[in-house]
Write a protein that binds this ligand. Structure first.
Ligand code: NI
Ligand code: MN
Length: 225
């Protein structure tokens, strides 16, 4: 499994020969100006919730790639009504895709579209691949529901927001990693806007002091699991 960070909460995941994009918000992110969305491959686009900083490039990429948009029923329905391929899910449900098993799980946040349309309730995703399992929390507060995830899935990586203000901060993300029984964390949802700037060194040290590994990738860089 190869995971590429495209800035903010945008990810590319290659798994089993399939290309998955998560929450593409790239074309308006000045920090991601070197990423051209016209070059990104996508068989699937996973959408955690409907906020503009998670859906900005969904339509442009789906139009070009014919990717299947996977999200909660309301978001999938929104794109389905516009003629895009979509797969509706809801909290607690899983589906076996050709890249692995995908579960839509709880997040504590909100989820309206920029145009005011109802975006259902926000979520995160657990991907069980052929060899590795990863949790993408989406925008969320720390929540006890995270304790349910390791009861079903042994995680190899947790991708968690650490920018504070709209989501968990570093301290809450450390507690989240305890709840998730996963000490390998990829941080996201930080530095994009003034509200969510973080001190990288201090954040990494705080995780390190608890025996955990926080990875912060440069935009365009990737890790392999
Ligand atoms: Ni949000
Ligand atoms: Mn967000």
């Amino acid at each position: 499994m190869k995971i590429t960070f495209y800035g903010h909460a945008s990810l590319g995941i290659e798994i089993g020969g399939k290309h998955i994009l998560v929450d593409p918000y790239i074309s308006a992110n000045a920090k991601a100006a070197h990423i051209d969305i016209a070059t990104l491959k996508a068989d699937y686009i996973l959408v955690t919730h409907a906020h503009g900083d998670h859906i900005l490039d969904v339509e442009a990429i789906a139009k070009r790639t014919n990717a299947v948009i996977v999200s909660n029923a309301e978001i999938a329905g929104y794109y389905g009504a516009k003629g895009f391929q979509s797969h509706p899910m809801n909290h607690g449900g899983s589906w076996n895709f050709d890249f692995g098993k995908l579960k839509y799980v709880n997040a504590i946040h909100s989820s309206s579209f920029p145009d005011g349309s109802y975006g259902g309730n926000p979520g995160g995703f657990v991907i069980e691949g052929e060899h590795k399992n990863v949790y993408i929390s989406g925008d969320t507060a720390l929540t006890m529901d995270m304790k349910l995830i390791p009861m079903r899935t042994k995680l190899d990586l947790a991708i968690l927001p650490i920018g504070d203000n709209f989501t968990m901060d570093v301290e809450d993300a450390i507690l989240a990693s305890d709840f998730l029984d996963c000490d390998k964390i990829l941080g996201y949802h930080y530095d994009t806007f003034g509200y969510i700037e973080i001190d990288h060194e201090e954040s990494i040290r705080k995780f390190f002091d608890k025996g955990k590994d926080l990875m912060l990738l440069e935009i365009g860089d990737f890790i392999e699991l």
